[in-house]
Design a protein around this ligand. Structure first.
Ligand SMILES: Nc1ncnc2c1ncn2[C@@H]1O[C@H](COP(=O)(O)OP(=O)(O)OP(=O)(O)O)[C@@H](O)[C@H]1O
Length: 288
């Protein structure tokens, strides 16, 4: 079975056909004429369409720098990033154009508190003006229903639980039909019980939408639970130190956490993560 078929099997059937990201020999040096901070060091990584790719690495290693390069928020110094074979940034074009095909999901606090959940979800497409208002609201209601948000359409974000708010934030991003969702440690401050609710919500929404997910985390358990693949980065400057296929089939639920394979994968990876964290600590990187 090839990798795509395997991924298709693992993700529960229908495979995504768009949103393949290739990071090819990317280097990023901040302030090259001054302090010259090298954040990314000849990093190469292929992410398949519809893959949940978890990026794990110590504080300050350069994970967000990579995410920002994909999103088009920052330039790269050399190398190339492509999406579905098209150059996002590379030689002669150091910075990608930000676009609705790659959306950073800002979790917690990014909703307009004075708009209802439905109005928040419909906001982006309404502003873009590419679809009719009726069509947008129909789509918004349908996507909210798919994400378990029926009945909350007319509530304001402050009136629903934080779990439901975060679902609204993801649905708002998905309204733009992105190929890739980018998450930068969305659940870092949450206790493990709340996190587990968030993880299940994210997977539930993912199984219906199958976009590519680039997800940064410090939390190894979270990474193995959610990801098709785990990319463990070196301490700064970052590049993949170990890439691991998480061979636990999707759909997953919380029973996975106590399975022998999950524990094996934790054991296989925790020493590497710990080693890089120690290097990063010794180099004086601070908790971001
Ligand atoms: N605009 C900038 N100018 C100079 N240095 C920067 C800039 N942005 C980030 N850096 C440095 O680049 C390195 C990588 O930063 P980045 O935010 O990508 O790391 P990270 O792995 O996402 O960290 P964390 O997990 O703590 O969020 C850090 O040493 C950081 O201080």
């Amino acid at each position: 079975m090839n990798t795509t078929q395997e991924r298709q099997r693992q993700s529960g059937g229908r495979a995504a056909t768009q949103g393949a990201i290739r990071i090819d020999d990317v280097v990023k040096v901040y302030d090259p004429d001054g302090a010259a901070v090298m954040a990314v060091d000849h990093c190469t990584l292929d992410i398949a369409a519809g893959e949940i790719c978890m990026i794990v690495g110590p504080s300050g290693c350069g994970k967000t720098t990579l995410l920002n390069a994909i999103a088009g928020f920052h330039s790269i110094s050399s190398g190339t990033i492509t999406m579905d074979g098209e150059v996002l940034c590379g030689p002669g074009k150091p910075k990608a154009e930000p676009g609705s095909d790659r959306i950073v999901v800002f979790q917690n606090g990014a909703l307009f508190p004075w708009k209802t959940n439905l109005e928040n979800v419909a906001f982006g497409p309404l502003m873009q003006g590419k679809m009719g208002k009726k069509e947008i609201y129909e789509k918004a209601r349908r996507m909210m229903a798919d994400a378990g948000l029926s009945g909350t359409e007319n509530n304001y974000p402050g009136e629903v639980s934080s779990g439901l708010r975060r679902r609204v934030e993801i649905v708002r991003a998905l309204m733009n039909d992105p190929k890739v969702l980018l998450f930068d440690e969305p659940y870092r401050a949450l206790d493990s019980l709340t996190k587990s609710v968030m993880h299940e919500a994210l997977l539930e929404i993912y199984y219906k939408n199958k976009v590519t997910i680039f997800f940064i985390t410090h939390d190894l358990e979270e990474a193995i639970f959610l990801g098709h693949r785990l990319v463990i980065m070196t301490s700064r400057p970052c590049r993949p130190k170990k890439i691991l296929d998480v061979d636990i089939p999707h759909p997953r639920d919380y029973s996975v956490l106590t399975s022998p394979r999950f524990r094996e994968l934790m054991e296989e990876t925790s020493a590497i993560v710990h080693e890089e964290a120690k290097k990063s600590f010794a180099a004086g990187e601070k908790e971001g």
